[in-house]
Design a protein around this ligand. Structure first.
Ligand code: AMP
Ligand code: MG
Length: 331
């Protein structure tokens, strides 16, 4: 018989026989933060240039603080049923679109600072069910940055060579060097998602991967890689519509794979696997964010704001002119 880790209340954990214990999902009033064991601490880090603080409503509440409610606190028990994929927080579509433009400019500057200072790298991990918008985020958020400064890797079914190595081998070689942004469209988490749901490896192997992932991400963080992980959370209803669109639109047929329907049939098993991944691997250094993704415009605004928060928090400054160049004049 298999056991599954479950949580009880404020981050306390115990093990129970599979299915024996599951906290009842609590109703969350519309517009409130998803229920979490501990409230997210507001990000009080100084904002060096004061540009990323965008006020979005009459109470002058900052969206920069607002999005931090989607961060999964280390040790938190995650019940996805407590999150609303249709949530649009304090934003309306028009506001979100103009906010995204502002944040795009900010991200462009921050990426240039990252490149110029060469002290940090940024690794953005995108996960989500089919049609959740991983490609959309790359197209509409990441693209605001200079293409010379980021590298996208899309992880597919492992090749025989990749399978012949440890599961982190193909991932580690695609992590960004200092100064660069790396974007993972799917990632090492597939090995505890599809790997777990489809029993691609025995449970004794995929269970150990959570610890390996925590160690791997800690090593990256300790060596200057800022790791931010997004779960783009769509509802099964929204996915149905998007899959139907793919079938109906001849310009989208190429995106459709019959296997997507098999994955969809296992929705609950995937949600449990995602919950376990967040509980096991959302850390202070490499947090998971559960992003409501039914509304593309809100999803994009949240991702852009979280990235701006993280990069702003680094307090990067433009490198000073080399003193050796101080007396030079351009004739
Ligand atoms: P897509 O991102 O829609 O092009 O699909 C990529 C496919 O590759 C998905 O079905 C993933 O589940 C699958 N995939 C990615 N990484 C792995 C992995 N480590 N093991 C098995 N399947 C994977
Ligand atoms: Mg696909």
């Amino acid at each position: 018989m298999r056991i599954r880790r479950v949580c009880n209340g404020r981050g306390r954990r115990y093990y129970a026989w599979r299915g024996a214990y599951r906290p009842a999902p609590e109703a969350v009033p519309a517009g409130d933060a998803p229920a979490q064991p501990a409230p997210c601490a507001p990000d009080t880090s100084p904002n060096p240039r004061g540009e990323a603080m965008v006020f979005v409503n009459d109470t002058q509440e900052s969206f920069a603080d607002n999005v931090e409610k989607y961060r999964v606190q280390p040790g938190a028990c995650v019940t996805l049923a407590n999150y609303d994929p249709r949530d649009t927080g304090p934003l309306r579509k028009k506001q979100a679109k103009s906010l995204l433009k502002t944040l795009g400019k900010r991200l462009n500057t921050l990426q240039e600072l990252l490149y110029a200072t060469e002290e940090h790298a940024l690794l953005v991990v995108l996960q989500g069910m089919d049609c959740s918008g991983k490609d959309g985020v790359i197209k509409r958020v990441i693209s605001a940055m200079n293409p010379q400064g980021f590298q996208v890797t899309s992880f597919k079914v492992p090749t025989p060579e990749e399978l012949a190595h440890d599961f982190l081998w193909r991932v580690h070689r695609r992590t960004p060097r200092r100064g660069m942004v790396g974007v993972f469209n799917r990632s090492h988490y597939e090995d505890v998602l599809v790997g777990r749901v489809e029993n691609l490896v025995p449970e004794s192997r995929w269970r150990k991967r959570y610890g390996a992932i925590r160690d791997f991400e800690r090593i990256l963080a300790e060596d200057g890689v800022q790791v931010v992980k997004f779960f783009l959370y769509i509802s099964p209803e929204e996915q149905k519509e998007r899959l139907e669109d793919r079938l109906a639109d001849s310009t989208e047929h190429w995106k459709f794979r019959a296997g997507d329907l098999d994955t969809r049939e296992q929705w609950d098993a995937y949600m449990s696997a995602f919950e376990a991944a967040f509980e096991e691997c959302s850390t202070e250094q490499a947090p998971w964010y559960v992003v409501p993704a039914d509304k593309k415009w809100y999803r994009d605004a949240v991702v852009a704001q979280v990235l701006a928060n993280r990069l702003d928090g680094l307090g990067m400054e433009w490198p000073a002119l080399d003193p050796a160049h101080a007396d030079l004049a351009v004739e």
